[in-house]
Ligand binder design. Structure first.
Ligand code: GUN
Ligand code: ZN
Length: 463
């Protein structure tokens, strides 16, 4: 299955080899559109062999370890499930300080809480502090890659990528483009210059180590036509180099009404982005709650991805995401799961899966645990066009790994005794998910978070 015996040849270069042992779950295909039984690998007692941050081999412990007699560095996790690090397809690190702000729907919430907070990030020290806290939060939850909004100011972008470099995480971010309909202090003062700054930051950060750059018009209402046009052109210029386009789409009725007023000539919101050349296979749109069929079709045809943000949609009283529409077998759309902090109320991808199940149930649709964990890992990687690098535990993949605790609480441990199958076990983990489910997080093979260690977070170069 996921063994690759030829890899033992790699040993000859003398690089230090590390092993991670325990129960392992990983996906190799999309269970929404294939036979779910064929989509995953599950090992009761598996071993992952890592060298230079890359997975060499994954297989049954007793088979694989024979091939690595020199292997003496093994982290052994019992009572856990080892998975690929989780992937958060849409989150605003700059909104970490406003999680849990009371009582408003989207546009009022932006005005009242979000814009005032985002205005603070011209200050590099403030940005550095928030970035530091943000990385700790996501790594604690087992998230190793995220598609991240910063805000208008360069300082907020540099602070983010600098902290990501320290952890060596594979992250996507960039400057937010916004030149109208928001407070002056947060607005791009000069549209052409906002694009020049974006290009400068792109050249600085894209493919700098594991960092990837996204062009980020916040959403259509906060960019002038000129900014949208220039942003679309910039995306076209750089998309073949792996640059992203990241924005919001069809989240709430009030937002869609506003878009109609601002762009009356456009057939729909998705077509509007398309008209600015912003739909492609590295375009990621958060929310996509209130989509018409022709909009899903356009997402499918263009290869764009939807980021499902269930806790945020519930918290802000938006519409609900309809995964059965997104994943319609006739024209499936790439889809990942996302926290959307600070609309979302926590950093945990497991807790998002919990909410995603309930949102679907409101419409009498269920979403099984296998599909949920696919979305959290390989599905997210596919949405970010990174499914050949991250999101799976297999030879050649980057060794980003989460270790989910089957004894996170006494009750979870007890409840799991009443499960018979892997599916039941996974669904209990989702249903009872708390913030302390992850024991350890590996980034490119280095354990940067360990719940049991005195210093829980350590930059890899200090290990
Ligand atoms: N639409 C435009 N900006 C935002 C934001 O910051 N959060 C959410 N949830 N939706 C948005
Ligand atoms: Zn958002």
């Amino acid at each position: 299955m996921i063994n690759n015996r030829n890899n033992k040849l790699v040993n000859k270069d003398g690089g230090k080899i590390k092993g991670i042992r325990g129960e392992i779950l990983t996906f190799k295909a999309d269970p929404f559109i294939n036979d779910p039984e064929q989509c995953y690998d599950h090992l009761e007692d598996g071993l992952i062999i890592i060298q230079d941050g890359i997975i060499l081999e994954v297989g049954n412990f007793c088979e694989v370890c024979e091939y690595y007699p020199e292997l003496n560095d093994i982290d052994h996790y019992s009572d856990s499930i080892i998975m690929p690090g989780f992937i958060d397809c849409h989150i605003h690190y700059v909104q970490s300080p406003i999680i849990g702000s009371f009582g408003e729907t989207l546009l009022e919430w932006l005005e009242q809480y979000t814009f005032p907070m985002e205005s603070k990030y011209r200050d590099k020290e403030f940005s550095d502090n928030v970035a530091k806290i943000f990385f700790r939060q996501i790594l604690e939850q087992g998230t190793t890659t995220a598609n991240v909004f910063s805000t208008t100011f360069e300082e907020s972008v540099d602070a983010f990528f600098e902290e990501s470099q320290r952890y060596n995480t594979r992250m996507i971010s960039g400057k937010v483009l916004q030149d109208r309909n928001l407070p002056e202090v947060l607005r791009d003062p000069d549209t052409d210059e906002s694009i020049e700054i974006t290009e400068k930051l792109l050249k600085k950060w894209h493919n700098n180590g594991r960092q990837l750059y996204a062009i980020i018009p916040r959403f259509a209402p906060t960019s002038t036509n000129r900014q949208m046009e220039l942003a679309g052109n910039l995306y076209q210029k750089y998309k073949d180099e792996g640059v992203y386009l990241h924005s919001h789409l069809n989240e709430a009725e009030e937002e869609i009404d506003w878009v109609k007023q601002l762009f009356p000539e456009s057939a729909n919101y998705t077509e509007l982005y398309n008209s600015f050349k912003m739909m492609d296979n590295r375009s990621v749109y958060a929310h996509c709650c209130l989509m018409k069929e022709e909009e899903w079709q356009l997402m499918h045809d263009s290869g764009s991805a939807a980021a499902h943000c269930p806790s945020s949609n519930l918290f802000l009283g938006d519409g609900e995401f309809k995964y059965w529409e997104a994943k319609d077998i006739k024209r499936p759309v790439k889809m990942g799961i996302a926290t959307d902090v600070g609309g979302g109320t926590n950093f945990s991808i497991l807790r998002q899966l919990n909410e995603a199940y309930k949102v679907a149930m409101l419409k009498k649709k269920n979403i099984d645990a296998l599909k949920c964990f696919y979305l959290a890992t390989r599905g997210g990687a596919q949405a970010l066009d990174l499914e050949n690098k991250i999101g799976s535990l297999a030879p050649g993949y980057e060794a980003d790994i989460a270790v989910i605790d089957l004894k996170a609480t006494e009750f979870i441990e007890w409840r799991l005794k009443f499960t018979d199958t892997l599916f039941e076990k996974l669904f209990v983990l989702i249903s009872l998910a708390l913030d302390n489910m992850n024991k350890a997080t590996y980034v490119a093979g280095k354990k940067v978070f360990d719940r049991e260690r005195t210093e829980r977070f350590i930059y890899p170069d200090k290990l």
